[in-house]
Design a protein around this ligand. Structure first.
Ligand code: ATP
Ligand code: MG
Length: 241
């Protein structure tokens, strides 16, 4: 579903991604972790073309993301992305947030879009909040709306960049629960997170990044029980204590 081959990227002379090669198969959940500044956000943003790359190729469902002929707006409509900050439109109600792109990008009728929006709002446990505004919801609730909004577009894959790291601790689980459910339903997911409990529960593979490189790309059990690199060992020792 997602394939990266020899991807490199520079900011001026600073190399932020170095020769990154990996793939995410349909239905696979891949967790990306690593120290701050290692390039995790840059890698995941490159997957839906939010960050251009200078070398290598990225294919999403066979579409070359870094081909100038590719319609990135169309690609992004099919790949859901959820960031650390919820980025809902503050001046639109929750249901309007959920329907806007469905109508504008997918040309759905307003009533069809609302039906879908309400169904997904129900799925994240927020159906009674449809007519509120984002500022009237908690951070965890807003993040669940952001996930529902992405799902309204019938994405072929979902990308998450630290979706729980800006949340108060008591709200983290309500968001992770939604993500766990998605994973169990077979959604293809690439998730940057330091929530190792989530990784242990649903990840098929772990990518560990350091200084712009994918240092480990292994199945979950090998990563947790038998990390190969010193850097991953250090990282795990810090994060698990
Ligand atoms: N627009 C930019 N211009 C220059 N350098 C940048 C830019 N964005 C990111 N960087 C640098 O690229 C490196 C990787 O950044 P990135 O945000 O991908 O790291 P990360 O692994 O997501 O870190 P964190 O865990 O803190 O979110 C960092 O050294 C960062 O300072
Ligand atoms: Mg980041």
């Amino acid at each position: 579903m997602i394939s990266l081959k020899h991807v490199s990227k520079w900011y001026d002379r600073f190399q932020v991604l170095s020769d990154c090669t990996t793939e995410v198969k349909k239905g696979e959940v891949v967790v990306v972790c690593g120290p701050s500044g290692s390039g995790k956000s840059t890698l995941i943003k490159a997957v839906n073309g939010l960050e251009p790359i200078q070398e290598g190729t990225i294919l999403v469902d066979g579409i070359a993301v870094n081909d100038p002929k590719t319609n990135l707006a169309q690609l992004r409509a099919r790949v859901g992305m959820v960031f650390q900050h919820f980025e809902l439109f503050p001046h639109l109600s929750i249901i309007e947030n959920l329907t806007l792109a469905q109508v504008k990008v997918l040309n759905r009728s307003k009533s069809e879009a609302e039906k879908k929006g309400l169904a997904l709002l129900d799925r994240v446990g927020l159906s009674s909040h449809a007519h509120k505004f984002p500022s009237q919801l908690s951070g965890g609730q807003q993040q669940r709306v952001a996930i529902a909004r992405a799902l309204c577009m019938d994405p072929i894959a979902m990308l998450f960049d630290e979706p729980t790291s800006a949340l108060d601790p008591e709200m983290i689980n309500e968001v992770l629960d939604v993500m766990v459910e998605l994973a169990y339903e077979g959604m293809t997911m690439m998730v940057v997170t330091h929530e190792m409990g989530f990784a242990k529960k649903v990840a098929h593979r772990i990518l560990f990044m350091d200084e712009g490189r994918i240092v480990e790309d292994t199945n979950k059990d090998d990563f947790f029980n038998n990390p190969q690199s010193e850097r991953a060992k250090d990282f795990l020792a810090k994060i698990l204590h």
